[in-house]
Design a binder for this molecule. Structure first.
Ligand code: LLP
Length: 413
C-alpha cells in the first residue's frame, strides 16, 4: 500500500483504476503482503520440527489459499466445504486438520473417507467418531482454561467457551480412546483471536503441555491461531521474534521431558491475510443530521461485518484524496440497519477525521483480508463484490462479482 500524489495505490495499481476496471465495491489483496507475513512467522518460530497451518476460515479465496500452499503451509479447516475446496486445490490430506465444532456423523464420515485427521471438539464427537472409525487416529482440542482475544466474542478458552474438551477431562478422553482403540496423535488448543499480548497464551501453552504429558502417543501439539494484527493507531503488537523464542524455550523443555520428538504446530488465519486486503467502495451520498455528517457508500455490513458485529476499527483512506484537509465524518453502509456503519464502536457511530470526501470518491477500508469476504452475506439481496489480486503493478480477477440471477436461481416459486 502506498500513497502517491494524494492517491492510494495497491500492489502498484491505483485504487481508482482498479474500481474503473473491476467495478465497485471491490476486494483487493496484495500478494506481496501475504508472502511477507508468511515469511515473518516462519522465521520467528525457530523450533526446527514445526508445521504451519493456515486457518482458512479467515479467507477462503482459492487463489489466496494457493499462495500459502506454495509456501509449504498446510490447512486448518472447520467444515466439509473448506475441506473439499482444500483437496480440490491440491492440499494433501496429511497437511489438513479438521477442527469443526458440533460436527455431525455425516460430516465426520466425509472427513474419514478423505483420510483427514479429525480434531475432537467434544467427548460426544469422540464417541461418535470412535464408532465410525475404530482403530483410527485422532487429535483432541483441549480447552486450557485460559482464553485470549480482542473481544469477548472471539475468546475460545475458559469455562464460558463452547469449544474443546476441558483439560480436566483427560481420563474421559482416554476411556473413549481405549473403548474404540483410537490413537490420540495430537493435542490442540485455540485460545482466541487477535491477541496483542501473549501472556494468557503462554499460560494456556503450559496447561496444554501438562495435558500433553498425559498421552504417550503424541506426534504433534498444535497451539492454534490468534496471533494479533494491529488494526488501529492506538494498538501495539508484541515482538514476534521474542514470542517465537519463548515458544521455542517452553516447547523444547516439554519435548525433553516427554522423551521423544513431537511436531510443534500453529494454525493462524488472520496473521497471514488481514493486512493484505482492502475493501474499495464508492461514496454516493453525503448527508447530515444536526449532530453528524455521513458519507454513504455502495457497500456495508453484508460485505464487511466486523465493525457492525464487534465495533471493530478498520483504517479508512480516501483513495481519491488521501491527504487533503480533514473533516469529521461517519462512514455509512447501504444496508437497512442502523448498525451498518464502518466507523463505529459497540455503542454506535464514531466520527473519523478524514480528508474531505466528495460524492464519487473511492474509500478504502484496510485490514480487510481476514474475516471480510468469508463473513459476507447477501442480506437485503445484494451481491457480493468481486475479488482482485494485485502484484507489481498488475491486477488479476480472482473471483467474479455475484449476479442477481445467481442469488435467486435456487428459489422455488
Ligand atoms: N484455529 C481455530 C480452531 C479457530 O477457531 C480460529 C479462529 C483460528 C485457528 C484462527 O484464528 P486467527 O489466527 O485468525 O485469529 N470473525 C472474527 C474472528 C473469529 C475467529 C474464529 N476462529 C473476526 O472477524 O475477528
Amino acid at each position: 500500500m502506498e500513497i502517491k500524489n494524494k492517491k492510494l495505490f495497491l500492489g502498484g495499481v491505483s485504487a481508482e483504476s482498479l474500481v474503473k476496471e473491476f467495478g465497485s465495491p471491490l476486494y483487493v489483496y496484495e500478494k506481496e503482503t501475504i508472502l511477507k507475513k508468511a515469511e515473518e512467522l516462519e522465521k520467528a518460530i525457530t523450533y526446527p520440527n514445526k508445521k504451519m497451518l493456515y486457518a482458512c476460515k479467515a479467507n477462503t479465496n482459492a487463489s489466496i489459499m494457493k499462495i500459502l500452499k506454495e509456501k509449504g503451509i498446510g490447512l486448518d479447516v472447520v467444515s466439509v466445504g473448506e475441506l473439499l475446496l482444500a483437496l480440490k486445490l491440491g492440499f494433501k490430506a496429511e497437511d489438513i486438520l479438521f477442527t469443526a465444532t458440533m460436527a455431525t456423523d455425516e460430516e465426520l464420515k466425509k472427513v474419514i473417507e478423505n483420510k483427514v485427521l479429525v480434531n475432537m471438539d467434544s467427548l460426544s464427537e469422540m464417541e461418535r467418531f470412535g464408532k465410525l472409525n475404530k482403530g483410527g487416529k485422532c487429535s483432541v482440542r483441549i480447552n486450557p482454561e485460559f482464553g485470549a482475544g480482542f473481544h469477548g466474542h472471539v475468546v475460545t478458552g475458559g469455562p464460558d467457551s463452547k469449544f474443546g474438551i476441558y483439560h480436566t477431562d483427560v481420563e474421559k478422553i482416554k476411556k473413549i480412546a481405549e473403548k474404540y482403540d483410537l490413537n490420540v496423535v495430537g493435542v490442540h488448543m485455540h485460545v482466541g483471536s487477535r491477541y496483542l499480548n501473549p501472556d494468557q497464551f503462554y499460560k494456556a501453552m503450559e496447561i496444554l503441555l501438562n495435558t500433553a504429558k498425559q498421552f504417550d502417543t503424541l506426534e504433534f501439539v498444535d497451539f492454534g491461531g490468534g496471533i494479533g494484527v494491529v488494526y488501529s493507531p492506538d494498538e501495539t503488537m508484541f515482538e514476534l521474534n521474542a514470542y517465537g523464542k519463548k515458544v521455542n524455550d517452553i516447547f523444547s523443555k516439554f519435548v525433553k521431558e516427554y522423551g521423544k520428538e513431537v511436531t510443534l504446530m500453529f494454525e493462524n488465519g488472520r496473521w497471514y491475510v488481514a493486512e493484505s486486503g482492502f475493501l474499495l467502495m464508492t461514496v454516493n451520498t453525503l448527508k447530515e443530521t444536526p449532530k453528524l455528517k455521513f458519507a454513504g457508500v455502495d457497500s456495508g455490513m453484508h460485505h464487511m461485518a466486523r465493525p457492525a458485529l464487534y465495533g471493530a476499527y478498520h483504517e479508512i483512506i480516501n483513495a481519491s484524496n488521501a491527504d487533503g484537509d480533514k473533516e469529521k465524518i461517519v462512514i455509512a453502509g447501504n444496508i437497512c440497519e442502523s448498525t451498518d456503519l464502518f466507523t463505529r464502536d459497540m455503542d454506535g457511530p464514531v466520527e473519523r477525521e478524514l480528508p474531505k470526501i466528495k460524492e464519487g470518491d473511492i474509500l478504502s477500508l484496510g485490514c480487510a483480508g481476514a474475516y471480510g469476504y468469508t463473513m459476507s452475506s447477501n442480506y437485503n439481496i445484494r451481491e457480493r463484490p468481486a475479488e482482485v489480486l494485485v502484484e507489481n503493478g498488475k491486477a488479476s480477477l480472482i473471483r467474479k462479482r455475484e449476479t442477481f440471477d445467481y442469488l435467486n436461481e435456487n428459489q422455488i416459486i
